[in-house]
Ligand binder design. Structure first.
Ligand SMILES: [Zn+2]
Length: 351
């Protein structure tokens, strides 16, 4: 089931709202309806999310200009996430992609500030305080994102500056360390001085983010020159659309693979996994795989970089993708395969 709904498309980038986000907005307006919060607060929260979308869009727009393909932008209750291909390990590009978000917020704040001072006398104080709040939201959002710690933009900006002087992994390690130290200071201040649980939560979020960024950089650097055709499984066992669930299960038990492409006359028409089959009650074992398979199959190609494939697997939350060449199935690659290769490569590196 899809967990997010598409709202609109800008610059060819789909903007989606996650279900939990829709509930949050609904909840906020119900509270406003019953006067638990002021309607202005509800509108301001809505505007905050609009700002977040514009912020994410500006990252994506610059990235797109550097040839990075953007999957989508998803709006979650904690903020926006741009799902894109890996950003190139080019310090200049990373700098511009990262700084675009905060700059946009500061520009929006600047424009509305000019608007506010020029029309302040003409509008009621309610509106001007509302515009003032909107400016504040943009300044805070831009400023917060400039903190030099992953996963904030500032962490990437710091890394891209460091990466001009040292190699990419070392630059990531150093900026992750700085981010973690900042998080620890933030946590201590929040816990012992300001007694602010929100700050402690943010500190935790930053600490984990720094660590994750370091790990994912190591992964993508190790896999840098590894292509799908080098590690894919070439002999792929597949099912026919008319294979019954019973037969499919027997094959799965024997071969212990968790997912199989479904071919109709040599043409890929779907993929069926053990997970799909395990949802079907035992009494329905006679039904055919084409009734339960996933028809919209995400695929890879032999020349695709394994990092991109891993990204695909993670973004779509799937375990494997068929590898296609000229519309023919030539292999299959799974997350487990990639993890095994990573283990081998990291041993090689540390030897
Ligand atoms: Zn950002």
């Amino acid at each position: 089931m899809r967990s997010s709904l598409k709202l609109l498309t800008v610059f060819g980038i789909p903007i989606e709202l996650h279900i939990s986000f829709l509930f949050l907005i609904l909840f906020i307006y119900i509270m406003a309806f019953f006067n638990i919060i002021q309607i202005q607060v509800a509108v301001l929260i809505t505007l905050l999310f609009v700002t977040v979308v514009i912020h994410e869009l500006s990252h994506s727009y610059v990235a797109q200009n550097y040839g990075v393909s953007i999957e989508r932008i998803v709006l979650l209750p904690i903020g926006g996430v741009s799902q894109m291909e890996e950003i190139p390990k080019n310090p200049v590009q990373e700098l511009w992609i990262s700084i675009a978000g905060p700059i946009t917020n500061f520009v929006i704040a600047g424009i509305f500030y000019i608007v506010l001072i020029s029309i302040q006398g003409l509008i009621s104080p309610v509106y001007s305080s509302f515009i003032y709040d909107f400016i504040l939201v943009n300044v805070v959002l831009g400023g917060f994102n400039m903190l030099p710690a992953f996963p904030m933009d500032g962490g990437r900006i710091l890394r891209s500056i460091l990466a001009k002087r040292m190699n990419f992994i070392r630059a990531t390690e150093l900026s992750a360390t700085i981010g973690k130290q900042l998080a620890i200071i933030m946590g201590i201040v929040g816990l012992l001085i300001l007694f602010n649980p929100f700050l402690v939560l943010v500190a935790l979020f930053v600490y984990i983010g720094a660590d994750q960024e370091y790990k994912s950089t190591v992964i993508s650097t190790l896999l840098e020159d590894v292509y799908v055709e080098e590690i894919m499984t070439k002999e792929v066992k597949s099912f026919n659309p008319s294979t019954t669930i019973d037969d499919a299960l027997k094959t799965m038990y024997q071969e212990r693979h968790m997912g199989y492409p479904v071919l109709d006359d040599g043409k890929l028409v779907g993929i069926v996994t053990f997970h799909d089959i395990s949802q079907i009650p035992d009494t329905n074992r006679h039904i055919k795989v084409n009734e339960i398979m996933t028809k919209k199959v995400i695929t890879s190609s032999p020349q695709e970089g394994v990092v991109d494939t891993l990204n695909k697997l993670n973004i779509n939350n799937i375990g494997r993708v068929p590898v296609m060449k000229d519309e023919k199935l030539v292999g299959i690659i799974s997350k487990t395969d990639i993890m095994k290769i990573l283990e081998i490569l990291s041993h090689k590196k540390s030897e």
